[in-house]
Design a protein around this ligand. Structure first.
Ligand SMILES: [Zn+2]
Length: 198
């Protein structure tokens, strides 16, 4: 942040009185601009036969890779409403929302990722503006090497394992920044390697 959204003056990093960290503070009107993590909310839409709905991304980051429908929560919205909206926007798919299944803290990018179990209500889905393709996958057909985000691949792995075991439970985990491969500039990086660098 460079400028104050209240008055347009420059901001500077300063520790306000009674605070314990640096904030962007306006040099003129002294407004403190707090910045907090973003919530990424999505669903795991399951059809009657057990197949799972995935979307192939038409946007960056991870253009061309597959993901569960998910996106940033909006102000004034509940988490389950966000999951329903994102599924509708990205896959034109209607779901009945189920239990919260996954929550990943990603402190290195200031994100919290949450995925709900969901029942796909009909087969009348199609790519939304942010998707190239939308498709139902059985476990053995999941494009494991072409998944866009770690919370998505970790969630799907656990989902199929627990479903098989008949013991599906909410799980929370903390992810650290992945190690980046050396010599990025010297090699052509397949999209698949780039995808692991979340
Ligand atoms: Zn200001």
């Amino acid at each position: 942040m460079k400028f104050c959204s209240a008055c347009g003056a420059p901001v500077e990093l300063r520790q306000p009185p009674d605070d314990n960290r640096l904030r962007h503070v306006c040099t003129i009107c002294t407004t403190i601009h707090y910045q907090n993590p973003n919530m990424v909310i999505g669903s795991i839409p399951e059809w009657e036969d057990g197949r799972i709905l995935l979307c192939r991304r038409a946007i960056e980051p991870r253009h061309g890779l597959w993901t569960l429908p998910a996106g940033f929560m909006e102000n004034g919205e509940t988490t389950s409403a966000a999951a329903i909206r994102e599924t509708l926007e990205e896959a034109n798919a209607r779901i009945a929302i189920g239990e919260l299944y996954s929550m990943y803290n990603l402190p290195y990018i200031n994100q919290v990722f949450m995925l709900f179990r969901a029942r796909l209500l009909d087969l009348d889905f199609s790519p939304g503006a942010e998707s190239l393709e939308v498709e139902l996958f059985e476990e053995q057909d999941i494009p494991w090497d072409e998944l866009a985000f770690r919370p998505v691949s970790l969630t799907l792995q656990r989902y199929f394992a627990e479903r098989k075991a008949g013991n599906m439970q909410f799980h929370m985990d903390d992810l650290e920044a992945p190690a980046r491969p050396a010599k990025l500039s010297e090699t052509a990086i397949p999209s698949i390697i780039a995808a692991t660098n979340q």
